[in-house]
Design a protein. Structure first.
Length: 202
C-alpha cells in the first residue's frame, strides 16, 4: 500500500537543513533567504518522495509602486494522485513600479515554502547565536509588509495612509526607526477600525 502524501511530506521535513541567508538588501541593510536557495534545498527531497510541486498566482492588486499578490503552493503525489494546497500573500514596493509584482510573487513563494515545510533560516552556517540585534531588520521588513498589506487590501488612497499615520506611503520604506513603524502600524489599525465602525453614508 502506498504511503500517504502527508507521510511523504513529513519525510521531506525530517531531512530539511536550515537555509542560509545569502541575499543582501544594500538599501535597507539586511540579509534574506533567496528563492533559489530554498528550491535548491527542497527540490531533491520532494523528488525523492515522488512529489511534484509548483506555485501559481491566484490574484494580484497593483497600486502605483506597490503590489500585493496571492499565491498558491500545490504539492501533488505522482503515485497516489493526492494533493495538498496552501495559499499565502506577498507584498512589495518598487520606486519605478515595474518590479513590484515580481518581488511580491517571489516573496509569497518563499513564504509559502518556508512556512509550509517549516524551513529554518540562518545568518551563517558557522554562526547562529541569534542575537536580538541581528533580527531587527527582519522585524522592520515584517512591519513594512504589513503596512503595505493594509494599504493595498483596503484600497486606501495615499492621503488616507498619511492622514492615519502622518507618513507618506512612498517614504515609509526609508524609515529606519522600528518604533516609528510600530506606531504607524497601530495608528493605521486604529484608523481602519474606526472607519469600519462608522456608518456608511448613503
Amino acid at each position: 500500500m502506498a504511503e500517504s502524501i502527508y507521510k511523504k511530506m513529513l519525510e521531506v521535513q525530517k531531512n530539511l537543513e536550515p537555509v542560509t541567508k545569502k541575499g543582501f538588501n544594500s538599501f535597507h541593510k539586511y540579509k534574506y533567504v533567496q528563492e533559489s536557495d530554498i528550491l535548491r534545498e527542497i527540490n531533491p527531497l520532494l523528488q525523492e518522495q515522488g512529489l511534484f510541486h509548483y506555485c501559481t498566482q491566484l490574484q494580484a492588486n497593483i497600486d502605483e509602486s506597490c503590489a500585493a499578490v496571492e499565491m498558491q503552493l500545490i504539492i501533488l503525489d505522482t503515485e497516489t494522485k493526492e494533493e495538498v494546497r496552501a495559499t499565502g500573500w506577498g507584498y512589495a514596493q518598487d520606486k519605478k513600479g515595474d518590479k513590484a509584482l515580481y518581488k511580491a510573487i517571489t516573496g509569497a513563494t518563499k513564504y509559502l515554502y518556508m512556512k509550509f515545510f517549516g524551513i529554518a533560516s540562518t545568518e551563517d552556517p558557522e554562526r547562529d547565536s541569534g542575537e536580538e540585534e541581528r533580527h531587527i531588520p527582519d522585524k522592520k521588513q515584517e512591519i513594512l509588509e504589513r503596512l503595505r498589506a493594509y494599504y493595498l487590501h483596503n484600497r486606501l488612497k495615499p492621503e488616507d495612509f498619511s492622514g492615519a499615520t502622518g507618513i507618506d506611503i512612498n517614504a515609509v520604506s526609508g524609515i529606519q526607526d522600528i518604533n516609528i513603524l510600530n506606531a504607524a502600524q497601530k495608528d493605521l489599525q486604529r484608523w481602519l477600525e474606526n472607519r469600519a465602525a462608522s456608518p456608511v453614508s448613503a
